[in-house]
Write a protein that binds this ligand. Sequence first.
Ligand SMILES: C[S@@+](CC[C@H](N)C(=O)[O-])C[C@H]1O[C@@H](n2cnc3c(N)ncnc32)[C@H](O)[C@@H]1O
Length: 242
Amino acid sequence: MTEVKIDSVNRPWVTSDTAALHCTVSPRLLAWVEDSVPVSSFTPRVVLDVGCGSGGLTFHLAKIVPRVVGIDLSESLIRETADKARDLGIENVEFLVADAERTDYRTITGEPIRMIVATLCMSDAIILRSSKALEQGFPFVFSCIESQQWQESGRSPRFAYEAEVLQHRLETSGFEVLDLWLERETLEFETADQMIDDFFDDGSLKGRWHKDGRWKTYVDYVKAGGRTFTARSHLLVNTRKG
Ligand SMILES: C[S@@+](CC[C@H](N)C(=O)[O-])C[C@H]1O[C@@H](n2cnc3c(N)ncnc32)[C@H](O)[C@@H]1O
């Protein structure tokens, strides 16, 4: 097994920190993606971005590879992101609605895939489908949520992994893990208001947590004196198909 490298920071909350911190894409991951490009002898092959959302990584890749396809389950996100590509005149990206857990990736792209990437969209089914779609030696590079993220809300996010479980899953699915990092940011607050109002200022995560009970668990934790919060805990994984 590859040693899990840890980059864990405990730091005071600052006013610019909001719940959106958990979506941050790590520079470490971007560097791996860029470093993987020459290895993959691209032209004219394609890169697939699984669960592309609003296309942050897809647009980044479009600058360095000939063709990128982003897939996502959300029709509205795909429509918005495709419109954005059209408005910007970016011609080597395509955005398609697809369920990444139930679709054959080569059918989507119509040609061999030279690299699969994903940020914060990962599951056992996606690992298996990526293994089927990639030829030997090609990169599968992604980030996913680690199970300690938001532990103060009483529940791990859906699709969160523990490092050892993820590594085992990858190895049994035919991937060689070259590098595995845990990046974690734990924030320290001075007051309950900072934790309940200021940090969750845009309301979208708070809304979801209200619905599934996590908000109550979190508020109870704060009222009981809890002043730290695991705001971001991600696993970053650099693999090759074995
Ligand atoms: C946390 S967001 C990450 C989005 C983007 N990769 C980013 O880093 O900004 C997770 C994305 O995965 C998408 N998603 C979830 N399950 C999916 C599935 N089965 N197939 C395709 N996309 C999925 C969601 O619609 C959402 O856009």
